[in-house]
Design a binder for this molecule. Structure first.
Ligand code: FMN
Length: 438
């Protein structure tokens, strides 16, 4: 059986799956439910002294959309879009104190952790909230530099506004890190182009780790009524956002080497594995539990365990960052691979009734021959598109051998690297068809 335990910033977790800061951690009752369902940790909904952000939560609105951008009724599939408006904890941070103390003990007694989350009005309030969290005995705090809504509220400065300004993020992080001893983790916003600058700044300021990432700000339209959903811009997420989050996990892992907790785009254990393999050994599950209920959590945990057992990963460390470490460092290295070309299994091919591979080959490497698809190796760049658009699994890729080269004297270019102008001839379909027919 795989060992799922891990150490993250000095805190020991029984497995890598914790609950993100959101509505499921906005009440003591549900936090207890998360512990009982086996969560390794719960990040309490962001504690604040910003009244408007507390009020916003009391006025939360949700539009959960399907792939047609229609409101979902009932069953939520993996392609859901979570469009929503919510604020920070609706209960003031001082009122949380007795609950934090009690819930922290409840969690610790069951091998889990309650983690703080802060979103203050001023630098002093960030400090006050984090000190309160530390005084209640919580082992770690996340600074929410990622929530999109404060940026949309006139007069409110917080969340993703801080997270978009490296020097402001550095200042708040440094002041909090001076004020508390527990590890401080910064939740980044992806709603910007300076993610790496912000991550570097908070690392230099003393952050123990980062959360990559919070959600994006979006805009969604009900085309039947012509109305903007939820009245205007709102937070947006779903599994579609996962590769965008992983982009930052990948870069931070490779370039900054700091502890990362992954967030934004988890539906099941497969997504968890992807975050871990990219470099985030601790992952946060958020909106899917709002939609499926806390009882769904054990499926994700057991799915991870089964995956690790069936794939021979003995522990979390053996999976962490393996994909990021295998990724090319130099962009040009991606092209220095053996040459490939596509071939057609004629017995599986349904041509001429199907011509989808020809229609979707933009390099003129597949063409209509007499009663069958002809594969023009010299034009094929090995992009692999046809292996995915063919509905009959009739196309496959093959390494172009020296024999192929000898037979096809037009392969006169260095291994795998294409020269500009190679496809000039491919633009002339007349030539290609003439050659096939000939
Ligand atoms: C309704 C809602 C409320 C949220 N509230 C908070 C919050 O108070 N603090 C915070 O740091 N993140 C908040 N988030 C962001 C989540 O913690 C999480 O980062 C995000 O939903 C992406 O993860 P997911 O794809 O698992 O949902 C909220 C997200 C949603 C959908």
């Amino acid at each position: 059986m795989a060992d799922l335990k891990l150490d993250f910033c000095g805190v020991k977790f029984k497995h890598p799956i914790i609950i993100a800061s959101l509505e499921t951690t906005n009440s003591p009752e549900v936090i207890r439910e998360c512990v009982d369902a086996g969560a390794a940790g719960m990040i309490v909904k962001t504690l604040t002294d910003i009244e408007d952000m507390a009020r916003l939560t009391e006025n939360s609105k949700y539009a959960i959309l399907n792939e047609k951008n229609e409101l979902i009724k009932g069953k939520v599939n993996k392609n859901f879009i979570f469009y929503s408006r919510s604020g920070y904890s609706s209960t003031g941070f001082r009122e949380w104190v007795p609950h934090l103390i009690e819930l922290n003990k409840y969690a610790q007694d069951r091998g889990s952790h309650l983690i703080g989350s802060a979103g203050g009005k001023t630098v002093q309030s960030w400090i006050d909230i984090c000190r309160t969290i530390e005084d209640c005995g919580l082992p770690m705090v996340e600074l929410n530099f990622g929530c999109p809504h404060p940026a949309m509220m006139p007069g409110v400065h917080g969340g993703s506004m801080i997270g978009q300004e490296p020097e402001v993020a550095r200042e708040v992080t440094a002041r909090v890190c001076e004020a508390v001893k527990i590890p401080v983790v910064i939740k980044l916003t992806p709603d910007q182009s300076r993610v790496m600058e912000v991550a570097r700044a908070v690392k230099e300021a003393g952050a123990a780790g980062v959360t990559a990432t919070n959600r994006y700000t979006g805009f969604s339209v009900d085309i039947e009524t012509g109305q903007p959903r939820l009245g205007g811009p709102a937070g947006i997420g779903g599994v579609w956002a996962k590769p965008l989050s992983l982009r930052w996990v990948h870069r931070i892992y490779n370039e900054l080497g700091m502890p990362i907790t992954g967030s934004n785009g988890i539906y099941d254990h497969r997504d968890v594995v992807e975050f871990i393999m990219t470099g985030a050994p601790l992952v946060q599950v958020g909106s899917i539990l709002m939609l499926k209920g806390i009882k769904y959590l054990p499926h994700i945990i057991s799915g991870l365990e089964e995956f690790m057992d069936s794939h021979g990963y003995p522990d979390i460390a053996s999976m962490t960052g393996i994909a990021s470490r295998r990724a090319v460092k130099d962009y040009g290295d991606q092209f220095r691979k053996p040459r490939m070309h596509s071939e057609i299994a004629q017995e599986a091919c349904k041509n001429p009734s199907c011509t989808i591979c020809i229609q979707t080959c933009f390099y003129d490497a597949l063409a209509q021959g007499p009663g069958k698809v002809a594969s023009l190796h010299d034009n094929c760049i090995g992009c692999e598109m046809c292996t995915q658009t063919c509905p009959f699994n009739a196309t496959s890729m093959h390494t172009t051998t020296d024999e192929d080269r000898a037979r096809e004297t037009f392969f006169q270019i260095p291994d795998g690297v294409f020269e500009i102008g190679k496809f000039a001839k491919g633009f002339d379909r007349g030539i290609k068809l003439a050659r096939v027919k000939g």
